[in-house]
Design a protein. Structure first.
Length: 262
């Protein structure tokens, strides 16, 4: 599941907090922000992406091995820290990508500092209230059940995690859920102020949704597309919410083509 040979680890200090990230590849800068369940490290998706980009994969503040900002109470707080990290790392114009919860943070960051971004990629992003269906509530599910729902089917889940995940993975999910609850509770997983602000963003944007996403309704994708003037939507067959795990090569190819065309 995790590749380490072609990536390196780094720690950067932001607002007095240590932020851990893994990096690999070469080329234009690309930063990927993980789901609410945390980062599982350097994935095959990142390896595929690194053939065309210098990829950075941080543990978001409060997740994984990054220190927790005890004062943070909204995804915008994490978006501010991510933007400061981009400055500190001196990455230059960056393709900012986010999946699920990480997509919400990426969208918030785009409303604050679009000039830092060469492009924006939102993959099954939370952050907007769907007008059809509901965002699945992580807090109301057992970790294993929630992650199973994030795949297109049980067989796809078991191909990655087996019948049951390893203990360290379950601990990561548990730790991540507590931080997610701090940041996204009431309302759950969306910000009513985000859509009006996105209307000011001209950054080229790629929206990607799994055809079988059972966590974030397709109507959220349509709302993002309607708000972002310079956006396009791609639907990936054979994938649920975790597109980067079920279709890593397809997703990496879509992103490379998007970056080349924009």
């Amino acid at each position: 599941m995790t590749t380490t040979e072609s990536s390196t680890e780094q720690t950067v200090s932001i607002a007095g907090l240590n932020l851990r990230l893994v990096q690999g590849g070469s080329g234009a800068s690309a930063v990927w922000l993980h789901h609410s369940t945390g980062s599982l490290g350097w994935l095959p998706f990142h390896e595929a992406l690194s053939q065309n980009f210098a990829v950075s994969v941080p543990d978001l503040p409060g997740f994984g091995q990054s220190e927790r900002p005890t004062w943070a109470r909204h995804p915008r707080d994490l978006a501010i820290l991510v933007l400061r990290a981009l400055d500190e790392l001196d990455l230059g114009p960056t393709l900012l990508m986010g999946s699920g919860f990480g997509g919400w943070i990426a969208a918030e960051a785009a409303t604050m500092s679009p000039n830092q971004l060469s492009g924006l990629v939102l993959i099954g992003a939370a952050g907007v209230q769907p007008d059809e269906g509901e965002i699945v509530d992580l807090i109301m599910h057992e970790h294993d059940d929630y992650v199973r729902l994030s795949f297109s089917n049980d067989a796809a889940y078991e191909e990655i995690f087996g019948e049951a995940p390893e203990e360290d993975v379950k601990q990561l999910w548990d730790f991540s859920r507590e931080m997610t609850a701090r940041l996204t509770w009431k309302p759950w997983m969306f910000n009513r102020q985000l859509l009006p602000l996105l209307a000011t963003v001209q950054t080229p944007t790629l929206l990607v949704w799994g055809a079988d996403d059972r966590v974030i309704p397709r109507s959220s994708a349509d709302l993002y597309q309607g708000a972002l003037a310079n956006s396009r939507l791609e639907i990936v067959d054979g994938a649920g919410h975790l597109v980067e795990m079920e279709q890593p090569d397809v997703l990496a190819s879509l992103i490379a083509d998007f970056a080349g065309s924009s």
